[in-house]
Design a protein around this ligand. Structure first.
Ligand code: HEM
Length: 402
């Protein structure tokens, strides 16, 4: 079984990746598979392997660590500012960059944002039609986290549409999108924004990073740009789909809706279970094997690309009892939706808070919301990284729609 498996990322996978994950976990838990945009990756699918691999120092983020030492020193990072994103780096660069931003995302700082997130959610819900079908992804799930992360970073309202288009082009695996154009667009935008903040500081996070970069040699302009791009993409593509997948859950499952309406204190635990059961990030961004690495009896050769499938791990029956069931009362401790180890999601407290506020505000106002189309008509995005709907047509007040 040495040939590359070209049957994983195709067909019904985008809609429902879980049968493919189940097959791999049982039959080939460490498998080289074809990627939709070319190339291959070794996909790791069992919970114990994925968790161990997240802290395995032989699996690195910076591809240069896989090169022979004599070439490594001269090898460039990825071109442009993206090579300076901390999610693509290893210590000590990763450690230095993460320390600079981690204070802005602690649980305590995040909790202070609750009233603002509630106000943003309320304003979005004020604007959506109540008795005719509305796409709650475009009208609610996407703009809410986008507004939050843009306010934190200091990105003006007027620039958000262009930004959303670029970010999507980078996250999706469509053949018809120009990834290079999106990369260039984003980089250019962030360089211009950094210049604006230099001239007119506003106290938001990008401004603060610009000040750090001016105070010494701790942070280059390129690194500020890279951090801005990373936080903008990671801060909304993910949480938007947590909200989208969770709203789909409550719109289609009357018992779950009743359970949460009976006691809204259950919502945070339900958000945690949504993260485990159908978290928005189902495969962590790429890693590289710096040397031969063995998991579940299979050797991943040095130099290979490795993908840790958190979506597969979170449905491993070896770790979670009847994993295919969405059980809002389940003990979800140890799920890997936010990763594990050094690169553990910086925005986890923010994502949890946004998910909770989004679901609570929606159910509070529209307890009877329903899907506006049969579930089999829903379409999903073609993305190895995120499990995400294209649109989410919902009727908020079906009783008034007649
Ligand atoms: C890293 C998932 C929301 C910022 C990660 C990783 C995962 C993840 C799996 C680890 C990647 C790896 O090990 O390769 C999620 C999910 C989210 C979410 C499921 C929503 C439900 C957010 C938000 C932010 C954010 C709101 C905004 C601040 C980041 C950053 C990293 C990261 C900056 C890289 C950390 C590092 O390299 O040290 N996220 N994320 N994420 N996430 Fe999130």
């Amino acid at each position: 079984m040495t040939a590359v498996d070209a049957s994983v990322f195709e067909g019904s996978f985008w809609r429902d990746p879980y049968p493919a994950y189940e097959r791999l976990r049982a039959q080939a838990p460490v498998r080289e598979v074809a990627l939709p945009r070319g190339g291959t990756t070794w996909l790791v699918t069992r919970y114990d392997d994925v968790r161990a691999a997240f802290t395995d120092p032989r699996l690195v983020k910076d591809h240069r660590a896989t090169l022979p030492p004599e070439v490594r020193a001269q090898a460039p990072r990825l071109p442009g500012p993206f090579g300076s994103m901390m999610i693509l780096l290893d210590p000590p660069d990763h450690t230095r960059l993460r320390r600079l931003v981690s204070r802005a995302f602690t649980a305590r700082r995040t909790a202070e944002l609750r009233p603002r997130i509630e106000a943003l959610a309320a304003a979005l819900l004020d604007a959506v039609p109540e008795t005719e079908p509305v796409d709650l992804l475009a009208g609610y799930a996407v703009p809410l986290p986008m507004a939050v992360i843009c306010e934190l970073l200091g990105v003006p309202d007027t620039d958000r549409d262009a930004f959303g288009t670029w970010s999507r082009a980078l996250v999706d695996d469509q053949d018809d999108v120009d990834e290079q154009q999106a990369t260039a667009g984003l980089a250019q935008y962030l360089y211009a924004l950094v210049e604006t903040k230099r001239r007119a500081p506003d106290g938001a996070l990008i401004s603060a990073l610009v000040e750090v970069s001016e105070a010494g040699d701790q942070l280059s302009t390129e690194e500020v740009v890279a951090m801005g791009v990373l936080l903008l993409i990671a801060g909304h593509e993910t949480t938007a789909n947590l909200i989208g997948n969770a709203v789909l859950g409550v719109a289609t499952d009357a018992a779950l809706r009743e359970h949460l309406l009976a006691d809204p204190q259950r919502i945070p635990a339900a958000v945690e279970e949504f993260l485990r059961w159908d978290g928005p990030v189902h495969n962590a961004p790429l890693r590289f094997a710096a040397e031969d690495v063995e998991y579940s009896g299979t050797t991943i050769p040095a130099g290979s690309v490795v993908t840790l499938s958190v979506g597969a791990a979170n449905r491993d029956p070896g770790r979670f009892d009847r994993p295919e069931l969405l059980d809002p009362d389940r003990e979800t401790g140890g799920h890997l939706a936010f990763g594990h180890g050094l690169h553990y999601c910086l925005g986890a407290p923010l994502a949890r808070l946004e998910g909770e506020v989004a679901l609570r505000s929606l159910l509070d106002r529209f307890p009877d919301l329903r899907l506006a189309v049969p579930p089999e008509e829903l379409r999903h995005r073609r993305s190895v990284l995120v499990h995400a709907l294209e649109t989410l047509p919902v009727v908020l007040r079906p009783e008034a729609a007649g």
